[in-house]
Design a binder for this molecule. Structure first.
Ligand SMILES: NC(=O)c1ccc[n+]([C@@H]2O[C@H](COP(=O)([O-])OP(=O)(O)OC[C@H]3O[C@@H](n4cnc5c(N)ncnc54)[C@H](O)[C@@H]3O)[C@@H](O)[C@H]2O)c1
Length: 429
């Protein structure tokens, strides 16, 4: 089927690829001219494992455009995947979603029957609002379907090609039938519900995972007080099927473009309805404190960071992505720069993005050796495979003082060289 995908970010580009994988023809709309030019040349503007190969494979059936007029062709379904970042007050900023809807209206795309699918994470009631807005603009049969996305950056393409479930929020049987044709593959699992519930499912999932992380981080803090071992605790809990083994890792808190904003947006949505969601408010607060744990630990070794050489390993918010949005490393770099530390950073894929942000206020390194050379302190924020597999003796060999504070529990305590000072989250040193 001919479908359109609007917004070529992490979700939109991967959605376009996954829909092309099952045989659809895609018109992909992006308004950012730099991203668009790259895409037209077959270059992905984002990092995701294997994305280049997929772009090459689908170069004939994904056409990148900026012009909404192209949607007047035989497009039957339009997926909206634009960003919904956080407003200053914690609510979701849906301006890009409405901008896309207005482009659709203004370019006369509503002159035929179509289905508009909202994949962006939007506040409860947004699909219904869009339905009302569109009803006044056309007498055609336009259906609005909430279809939240659950992919994780780093495994996004696999997640989108083989989703654990597809949530469709609509009361239109016709729209469901057509979307099942778009998603095509047999044995898909669908959860069909109303649009308000579909919108809430997305916030509920991200918030539940954030709760799990904050809970584990609090347990890690207790482990440190009782001289316990967080990894054994994770195993002890994760082997219980009722709990499950995922999202039990402790560390310097959650980040990224989704959990921080979606948790706050759900608090605001509850507030709007006159309800206080106390569990989530606590999880957000725990996360805020957890993100500066390494700095707190470092204060045991150094009273202040003035003129100290500090190596930062990992700047993306998690491995296998170049995304630095709400990454714990950023909070920490900012604090250290304020205290006039000399910072050297290494990250396998996000250095270019970090460079754009910090220009010449920090030093960018080509590898871990370079970053740790001469350092008084090393802080680890992302558990990239390369960082986990780094030769521990090199910390001793290259650092001025081999103090390594690891926010992602990368190494086994039994393998730490005698001369290295090593602290993690959830283990008493
Ligand atoms: N990133 C994730 O892991 C993830 C996972 C699930 C859901 N989501 C949700 O999906 C949505 C998109 O997230 P993302 O991370 O892909 O965002 P993103 O910021 O990476 O990408 C959004 C893209 O949309 C483009 N855009 C904005 N307005 C446009 C318009 N009017 N027309 C055409 N293009 C436009 C932007 O230029 C940008 O390239 C958000 O609501 C997010 O919460 C994200």
């Amino acid at each position: 089927m001919k479908v359109a995908v609007i917004g070529m970010g992490y979700v939109g580009l991967v959605t376009a690829i996954s829909l092309a994988e099952v045989g659809n023809e895609i018109i992909a709309i992006e308004k950012n001219s730099i991203k668009l030019e790259k895409l037209k040349l077959g270059i992905s503007p984002i990092y995701e494992p294997n994305i280049q190969e997929y772009l090459k494979k689908h170069k004939e059936n994904i056409k990148f455009e900026s012009n909404y007029e192209k949607l007047n062709e035989e497009v039957k379904v339009i997926f909206i995947c634009v960003g919904t970042p956080e407003n200053k007050d914690g609510t979701a900023d849906t301006r890009s979603v409405y901008e896309a809807i207005n482009e659709i209206i203004n370019n006369n795309v509503l002159a035929k029957d179509i289905i508009i699918v909202i994949k962006s994470t939007v506040p409860i009631g947004t699909n219904k609002d869009i339905e009302k807005l569109i009803k006044n603009k056309t007498n055609k049969n336009i259906k609005i379907v909430s279809n939240p996305e659950f992919l994780s950056q780093g495994t996004a393409i696999d997640d989108a090609i083989n989703p654990q479930r597809i949530v469709l929020g609509t009361d239109s049987k016709e729209a469901i039938k057509i979307l099942k044709l778009v998603y095509k593959k047999n044995n898909r699992k669908y959860v069909i519900t109303d649009s308000n519930t579909a919108e809430l499912i997305k916030y509920a999932c991200n918030s539940f995972l954030a709760l799990k992380i904050s809970y584990m981080n609090e347990l890690a803090n207790i482990c440190e007080l009782i001289n316990g071992n967080i990894k054994d605790l994770e195993k002890g809990m994760g082997t219980d099927k009722r709990i499950g083994k995922y999202f039990l890792k402790s560390g310097v808190g959650y980040g990224g473009s989704c959990f921080p904003k979606d948790t706050k947006a759900l608090v605001k949505l509850a507030e709007r309805e006159g309800y206080e969601i106390k569990t989530l408010e606590a999880a957000i607060l725990v996360n805020k404190n957890q993100r500066i744990k390494l700095i707190e630990k470092a204060k045991k070794y150094y009273k202040n960071f003035n003129n100290l050489n500090i190596a930062i390993l990992g700047t993306s918010f998690k491995p296998n992505t170049d995304d630095i949005r709400e990454s714990a490393a950023i909070d920490n770099i900012n604090i250290l720069l304020n205290e006039k530390a000399n910072i050297k950073v290494y990250d396998p894929v996000s250095l270019e993005i970090i460079k754009e942000k910090y220009k010449d206020s920090i030093e960018y390194c080509n590898n871990i050796d370079e970053a740790v050379t001469g350092a008084d302190l090393c802080l680890i924020f992302t558990e990239w495979k390369e960082i986990k597999e780094y030769k521990l003796n090199n910390f001793v060999k290259y650092m001025k003082k081999p103090i390594v504070l690891d926010g992602r529990n990368c190494y086994n305590f039994n393998k730490i060289p005698r001369k290295m000072i090593y602290e993690t989250i959830g283990n008493k040193k």
